[in-house]
Design a protein around this ligand. Structure first.
Ligand SMILES: [Zn+2]
Length: 204
């Protein structure tokens, strides 16, 4: 399959995806070519929809469709008094799967000073403060990972929220050092939630 530019270009693109190298890319492409109408055509249309409609919600940071709105902060019937702050959407999925938490989520989309170096305003921390005030939130649970960057981010958030009356808690130190939320098993996650500790005394 060498030297066919259409194929080589796609090999390069697919190899950029997580967990896929050139070898798997070639296997995928072969499968696609052998199933043009069942795979390539619907995939083109799906990718096109994805490109056109899916973007990051500027309020809570999750992915949303411009057609149906944000499931995190627009399409919720229930009102919650808690927001759980996570680094990535995959962290939200892990926490939801463990069923330990009922409340809103806020997805930072990274950490302060992490290698991909998002600017602090990209982490939607100002919008977190706004949500806390507007939604009358009583507790912010910081569930950033137990890495240096995750902890730095937690302190930064705590500082930004100091003028609100919200209680700030952080997942228990049972998290393994360097532990990223999405890699934790349910048991560890549940106990980290149950044993979360306060970062501030609630001001009344
Ligand atoms: Zn949202």
């Amino acid at each position: 399959m060498k030297n066919i530019p259409e194929i080589e270009n796609l090999v390069k693109l697919i190899s950029k995806l997580p967990g896929l190298g050139p070898k798997s890319a070639r296997r995928i492409i072969l499968k696609l070519i052998n199933n043009r109408s069942e795979l390539i055509r619907p995939m083109l249309s799906s990718l096109n929809d994805l490109y056109k409609n899916i973007s990051r919600c500027q309020s809570c940071g999750t992915l949303k469709s411009s057609l149906s709105g944000c499931n995190n902060c627009e399409n919720t019937e229930k009102k919650y008094s808690k927001i759980c702050v996570v680094e990535d959407i995959s962290d939200q999925w892990s926490i939801e799967n463990s069923s330990i938490y009922q409340g809103y989520f806020h997805i930072l989309g990274g950490t302060i000073s992490s290698s991909n170096n998002p600017r602090n305003e990209d982490l939607l921390i100002d919008s977190l403060v706004k949500r806390v005030v507007n939604d009358k939130i009583e507790e912010v649970i910081i569930a950033t990972s137990a890495t240096v960057e995750g902890q730095t981010t937690a302190f930064y958030i705590q500082d930004k929220l100091k003028d609100t009356k919200v209680a700030i808690t952080k997942l228990a130190q049972g998290l393994p050092v360097g532990g990223e939320i999405e890699n934790l098993d349910d048991g560890t996650l549940v106990s980290a939630f149950k044993n979360r500790h306060s970062l501030n005394e609630k001001k009344d």
